[in-house]
Design a binder for this molecule. Sequence first.
Ligand code: OAD
Length: 241
Amino acid sequence: MMRLEQGGVFVLTGAGISAESGIPTFRDANGLWENHAIEDVASPEGFERDPWLVWRFYSERRAGALPCLPNAAHRSLAASEAVMGDRLAVFTQNVDHLHEAAGSTRLAHVHGELWRNRCSDRRCPTPSVMDKRSYASLAEVPRCAACGALMRPDIVWFGEEPRALDDAAAALERCGTFVAVGTSGLVWPVAGFVTHLRRTRPEVATIYVGLMPPSNAKVFSDVRLGRATEVLPPLLRQLTG
Ligand code: OAD
């Protein structure tokens, strides 16, 4: 449960905030999806069809992300939290742990976490477990300690419900400023956060920070183009007061 204080800052982050740490985005040139059919590696049906293809993809993601370090944009969010406490909440679509590594704690991973596994049988109540390993074959992939089903990455795939949506909805009701960083605005329902705000609370400032205008740029009241590491820290200093 993450409660944002009335008038606080709601921050939504996407792949663009981790790009300068060396983690590829999804939809830019050389992005993650360029060489993969999304439905093959990021859907429950894809996992059922070919669990090894999926595990190979996420094993590569894990190995690639392991040495990456938080950048100035992640650090500026953690520094703002230290000052603002529950007047700041970060909802990230990223499955990496760079926000935590920078020191953020008021954080929700709406699309799951790269370093966790969960049981692939959705009826099994066994909680997810931490796992940083990459696998070289399906035979190495662990099975659920409770029911024996194959474990899967704890990622929210297409067709699955994002996490913490109730907290996000409550925070959208309370926020005084909304900031989105490095997200193309194409994946729903998260892309709808800013649309919802514009419709229900048009007085709230909605600021986009990123390299290029996102697909939903016209919904934002302010679009600030540039690298997250250059544009976000001064913006947060301004908002922190
Ligand atoms: P995308 O790859 O769709 O968009 C990344 C955005 O970051 C683009 O708009 C870039 O212009 C911008 N960008 C790139 N480098 C940047 C930098 N240095 N500074 C600022 N902005 C930069 O990534 P997301 O919108 O996060 O879901 O993707 C949303 C979801 O789609 C992901 O969470 C993932 C994917 O399917 C799952 O895996 C469940």
